[in-house]
Design a protein around this ligand. Structure first.
Ligand code: HEM
Length: 506
């Protein structure tokens, strides 16, 4: 007993400079956290050792479902400072004054691989920002790459299945499955050209761009709508890895980007990004040969100017990874007055998917977890459910009520109104002005010689791993239609000829 007491005392004394008594989850002091209660020294363990039972039960429930995509990530807290007053274009309160500061939380991620996977894999990177504004939380949930593979949410689950391991072998992401899917989707040509360039392997999370990717609507207090696209530009130099550099890092570290972010913030070397928006009026949509709310397209920089909106600084590491990073819940549907979704068909599907998965992953009260809580008071009549911790007082928890309601809406925050042409019918069609290849060709031509060489090497290598040559031919026909040189170089890399692919060129 004396021996045991001495050991415990020593452990506590060395662990805590001022040791607090260990307690159960209900706060009762614990007498022994090292030895279970048994019948004699060598007898059975007693079920009545409630501290032991609680400790094992907590352990048994430590794992929750990982995110279905973007499972591997790293986060940090920081602040956003607005450049100027944007109230002529948006009611968003955090943008209505030069110098206005808004606290925020960011989570960066890889996309298709599971939680313990290397951060060097070729993959888009998630770039999700939660602004804790005075009008509630605003989540800008973007990626490092400026466009996306598909333009309709109805294709997203199939796309992720194609990227994920085979249901038969459970083997890693398989080019046979990935290109089988994309060879039927010419709209993926632009995004695949970004992904297989060195932009698909950014050096770390600090030295990459972020993009809102979709068009959103900014709405002012007169109800006037301006379409915007967001871009985060790192003040630290943007940097990518070649496939060889990525493989070298991967041989010794699988979490290099997480550690880089954490260590640089720890050292006081706070990363910063400037936020820019491009703005467009709906009346100007017809001037373009693509649809401006098509997520497979950028808005060309020389045709739509960028305006600086503010600067983000990340200056504080999380204290607890699970509580603050794993339990963080972002959604493109978490918006504030003055910012609304555009008609982009992919975005419209995302509006449902995020909070739905979070109700499954974190329970229906996920917004009550501290990292997800707004800094303003939440006031509504939603109630109860698992893990309800928001104290709600008063007897009237419904509306309308003859008694004075404690909470009521304010009509100045009604959603903006859209006008539809008379006779518009519901349809299930592809969008107008698909223009699937032009921007992919322009991207190829904008790359330096070295970036072009690396793209051909990475993409050619991946296509050479595909067994079914019909899939390879269909894929190369897409890249050929983007740019003849791009297509011819891939034909050479895969030992095919123009005659092999010409029947797939439309
Ligand atoms: C995470 C769905 C497209 C960026 C997620 C999650 C789901 C999802 C279910 C997991 C959320 C969670 O568990 O908290 C979808 C669907 C899409 C889509 C259905 C298309 C229809 C996109 C696009 C982008 C994007 C186009 C970039 C603009 C992200 C990011 C995360 C994420 C950054 C991680 C957020 C975090 O750090 O917690 N997505 N996604 N997704 N998605 Fe998407």
């Amino acid at each position: 007993m004396l021996q045991k007491t001495l050991t415990l005392g020593l452990v506590l004394a060395t662990t805590f400079s001022f040791a607090q008594t260990l307690t159960t989850n209900s706060g009762a002091p614990v007498g022994d956290n090292q030895n279970s209660k048994t019948i004699g020294n060598n007898g059975q363990v007693l079920l009545e050792d409630m501290h032991l039972i609680e400790k094992l039960a907590a352990f048994d429930r430590e794992k929750i479902p990982e995110r279905v995509v973007h499972a591997r990530g790293a986060g940090a807290f920081g602040e956003f400072v607005a450049t100027k007053d944007f109230s002529d274009v948006t009611m968003a309160d955090f943008l209505n004054q030069a110098g206005k500061k808004t606290p925020l939380f960011v989570r960066f991620s890889t996309v298709t691989h599971q939680q313990g996977s290397p951060e060097t894999y070729r993959d888009p990177r998630g770039f999700a920002v939660k602004f804790y504004t005075q009008q509630g939380n605003y989540d800008l949930v973007g990626n490092n790459l400026p466009v996306f593979f598909i333009r309709d949410a109805i294709k997203f689950p199939d796309m992720v299945h194609a990227f994920h391991p085979s249901p038969v072998t459970n083997g890693a992401s398989d080019p046979n499955r990935v290109f089988d899917f994309f060879s039927n989707l010419p709209e993926s040509t632009h995004m695949l050209s970004w992904l297989f360039s060195d932009y698909g392997t950014p050096a770390n999370y600090r030295q990459m761009e972020g993009n809102g990717v979709h068009a959103y609507k900014w709405v002012n207090d007169k109800g006037e709508v301006t379409y915007v696209k967001y871009k985060w530009v790192p003040q630290q130099e943007a940097k990518n890895l070649t496939a060889e550099d990525a493989a070298k890092i991967q041989s010794t570290a699988i979490e290099h980007a997480t550690l880089d972010l954490r260590n640089e913030i720890e050292k006081g070397n706070f990363p910063k990004w400037d936020l820019y928006v491009q703005m467009m009026k709906k009346a100007d949509f017809d001037k373009f040969d693509f649809n401006p709310v098509d997520v497979t397209k950028i808005w060309p920089a020389d045709e739509v100017a960028s305006v600086k909106v503010g600067t983000m600084t990340l200056n504080r590491n999380p204290d607890n990874y699970f509580q603050q990073v794993e339990q963080a819940a972002f959604s493109p549907g978490t918006l504030v007055p003055g910012i609304e979704p555009s008609e982009d068909k992919l975005l419209q599907g995302r509006l449902f998917s995020y909070s739905d998965t979070q109700r499954h992953r974190l329970t229906g009260n996920f917004q009550q977890i501290p990292v997800n809580q707004p800094i303003v008071k939440v006031a509504n009549y939603n109630k109860d459910g698992y893990m309800s911790t928001r104290l709600q007082k008063g007897d009237v928890n419904y509306q309308p009520s003859t008694n004075l309601p404690a909470v009521k809406e304010d009509e100045k925050f009604e959603y903006s109104k859209s006008v539809f042409a008379a006779g518009t019918t519901t349809v299930q069609n592809v969008i107008d002005k698909q223009n699937n290849f032009q921007q992919a060709g322009e991207l190829y031509n904008s790359f330096s010689k070295k970036d072009q060489d690396n793209l051909i090497k990475n993409l050619g290598g991946a296509l050479n791993a595909v067994h079914n040559k019909l899939i390879v031919k269909k894929m190369i026909a897409h890249f050929y239609q983007a740019d003849k040189e791009y297509g011819n170089r891939l034909l050479k890399a895969t030992k095919l000829t123009f005659d092999d692919v010409k029947e797939f060129i439309k």
